[in-house]
Write a protein that binds this ligand. Structure first.
Ligand code: C2E
Ligand code: MG
Ligand code: MG
Ligand code: MG
Length: 295
């Protein structure tokens, strides 16, 4: 194992022996384990998709769900923040990403069959998938297979993908022609957030949790957040504020007429449980201002 780490340290640079460390050994082994486990994960049925509601704060209506991937592997539960970068690196992200999109569309179709109101589902798409010239075709095929109208599907990409988009902006046009919506995720965390939205018509701006976390204690943070919300609206986009956890945050954000997403409303849940949370909101749209929905 030490040989392996030494070999990897060597091949990373010419004489980078100083990089050898127990931490490197641990992290490279962990990555190898994850890479190996990922190869079998789809066929073994180890993935599932959880759904987190997005709530229009003024009305208390659930207007969408974000699909979030979960992996219960032989290694135990592994968080997306850990395995998605590995899946990007080893190429598994393409088949996994397609699977998530199909799964989310199947869930939408199932909810429709149960007689539920039409609703939008947002699916995270990684930078690597956006470099795939056949990505739009794949999206179109999955929509056709699952019989889901394109307008109910939103693709979430991060700022950095947007900024690097020159080469792949044909893809954006293809996606817009298909009719799926486009959201920028984690807005406000990059170095050139404004560049990300300059040239591309987006449907939704999702403001990162980190911008919301400090607003209750800081006028300056609130001024920045209010201005970003205004920016999104001026661009004709829906604005989603991520990571709302408390009634204080929800009450404050409600004045800005945004859509809220966060643990306050619900954690991401399996489809059947998410639908039960949705039912509560259908019964009592403004229940959220009295007590969080229990599940
Ligand atoms: P994201 O797209 O920004 O998703 C929001 C993350 O914040 C989710 O973490 C969600 O569980 C978490 N979250 C929601 N509300 C709250 C809250 O009130 N408080 C806190 N502390 N966290 C909250 P999760 O599910 O662990 O996903 C992490 C990231 O992994 C996602 O960030 C997304 O970038 C990526 N990801 C998840 N699923 C997929 C997928 O299917 N494909 C790709 N490419 N990336 C995915
Ligand atoms: Mg997201
Ligand atoms: Mg986000
Ligand atoms: Mg985030």
């Amino acid at each position: 194992q030490a040989d392996l780490a030494l070999f990897m340290a060597k091949s990373a640079g010419k004489e980078n022996y100083e990089f050898f460390s127990p931490e490197l050994l641990d992290s490279s082994l962990r990555k190898q384990e994850i890479t190996a486990a990922l190869q079998q994960a789809l066929v073994n049925g180890e993935f599932s998709v959880h759904y987190q509601p997005q709530v229009e704060l003024v009305s208390g209506r659930v207007i969408g769900f974000e699909a979030l991937l979960r992996w219960n592997s032989a290694l135990g539960a592994v968080a997306p923040s850990e395995f998605i970068p590995v899946a990007e690196e080893c190429g598994a992200i393409h088949s996994i990403g397609e699977w998530v999109l199909r799964e989310a569309c199947l869930q939408l179709a199932a909810w429709q069959k149960e007689g539920r109101p039409a609703i939008c589902v947002s699916v995270n798409v990684s930078a690597k998938q956006f470099l795939d010239t056949q990505f739009a075709e794949k999206v179109a095929r999955i929509l056709a297979e699952t019989d889901v109208p394109a307008e109910y599907v939103e693709i979430e990409i991060t700022e950095s993908v947007m900024i690097d988009l020159d080469a792949s902006s044909a893809l954006v046009e293809e996606l817009q022609a298909i009719g799926v919506k486009l959201a920028i995720d984690d807005f406000g965390t990059g170095y050139s957030s404004l560049n990300a939205i300059k040239n591309i018509q987006i449907d939704t701006l999702k403001i990162d949790k980190s911008l919301v976390d400090e607003v209750l204690g800081s006028d300056r943070s609130m001024a920045i957040l209010a201005t970003i919300i205004e920016l999104g609206k001026n661009l004709g986009a829906e604005v989603v504020v991520e990571g709302l956890e408390t009634i204080e945050q929800v009450t404050l954000m409600r004045q800005y007429e945004v859509i809220g997403q966060g643990y306050y409303f619900s954690r991401p849940l399996p489809g059947d449980k998410a639908a039960r949370v949705w039912d509560k909101y259908l019964e009592q749209p403004n229940g959220l201002f009295h007590a969080p929905v229990l599940y």
